[in-house]
Design a protein around this ligand. Sequence first.
Ligand code: G3I
Length: 300
Amino acid sequence: ATTLGASAAESGRYFGAAVSNQYLSEAAYANTLAAEFNSVVAENSMKWDATEPNPGQFNFSGGDQLVNWAQARGMKVRGHTLVWHAQQPGWVQNLTGQNLRNAMLNHIAGVANHYEGDVFAWDVVNEAFEWDGSRRQSNLQQQLGNGWIEEAFRAADAADPTARLCYNDYGTDAINAKSTAIYNMVRDFKSRGVPIDCVGFQTHIAANENLSSYQANLQRFADLGVDVEITELDVGQGSGQAATYETVTRACMAVARCTGITVWGVTDKYSWRDDNPLLFDGNYQKKAAYHTVLAALNNG
Ligand code: G3I
């Protein structure tokens, strides 16, 4: 096929982009997004600070706007993210003990229940591990102890039994200490029946990233019985950018349980990075990386 989304769909996969609502009124942005992608994720508007600015007072306006925009165009929506140490509203940051636990569980219930039927997958927990494989010493970890990730997944399953529930992280682009710690957690969850369906690999990487174990890493997770997804792909500029995008895409295509790819933005004009890491340049022109990704989606 001739677009990213349609090409991915031919193998039952999706190809998505992270979206900030403020750009949807820009014609070139909206047209590129609608023409090329078949999935979206909110870059910020479904996070805790956006969806529950005050305790128990939910604000779904930004997320709902994106869901409506996507559904009107036949596009799927990923959910990002229910629990994260960053972008917590101020009122959460100083909670302790059972108060923080109740806030987390109530937040998951409120947001996941609201979007039931609208999102096909949730990043239930985002970025809970350090490079050395230890747990990140966030307020969640320090106040709630090791069991908080399991508690979050059980709460998400109760609130939305239909969405696929993912653990999502970065720096997991190789078989390394961090990805192995997550692997061990997923294996433990599967063995004890903790509801987890998928693992997200953010894949914020450099043009010269060593991806020699990237596919094998995806495959070892898939072999645990979870789907894997490339959730926030972007690759820094440089001579290897197009080839690196191609390697990641080919790896997903080669792993049967790799269900789709999301790039973390549409255009280099609007990226959280300043090194032109996306598939369309600032004028919405297709870059070399666009063409290698499209070919990889079509050739397997
Ligand atoms: O909305 C406010 C605005 O009102 C205010 O005037 C402005 C002033 O700084 O800030 C705006 O909020 C910013 C928000 O993006 C929306 O633009 C925040 O400061 C800024 O920190 C926030 O950055 C986001 C970042 O997550 C927060 O950690 C990025 O857009 C977003 O791309 C990034 O996404 C993360 C994923 O969620 C998780 N994985 C890593 C990825 C990249 O960091």
